[in-house]
Design a binder for this molecule. Structure first.
Ligand SMILES: [Zn+2]
Length: 76
């Protein structure tokens, strides 16, 4: 997709999940997710992660997800 930077999107994803992204950006972001499977996958993953943090059940994280988190932190 010309003109769209996936790294920007992933940064804004954090704001989206916090619910503090302006409406116009939120719409653009969701449109991008529909057209960009890799970003959609990351969005799903981050939403899952946030849900678990909110529920304070990190000790029950499945191994494969824990591995993903570890890789995410390593690459940060
Ligand atoms: Zn993308």
């Amino acid at each position: 997709m010309a003109g769209h930077d996936c790294d920007d999107l992933l940064h804004e994803l954090g704001h989206l999940l916090h619910g503090d992204l302006p409406e116009a950006r939120r719409v653009a972001l969701q449109r991008h997710l529909e057209e960009c499977p890799p970003c959609l996958e990351t969005a799903d993953f981050q939403a899952q992660l946030r849900g678990m943090i909110a529920k304070r059940c990190f000790e029950q994280v499945p191994d494969d997800l824990a591995e993903k988190v570890k890789r995410l932190l390593d690459s940060a």
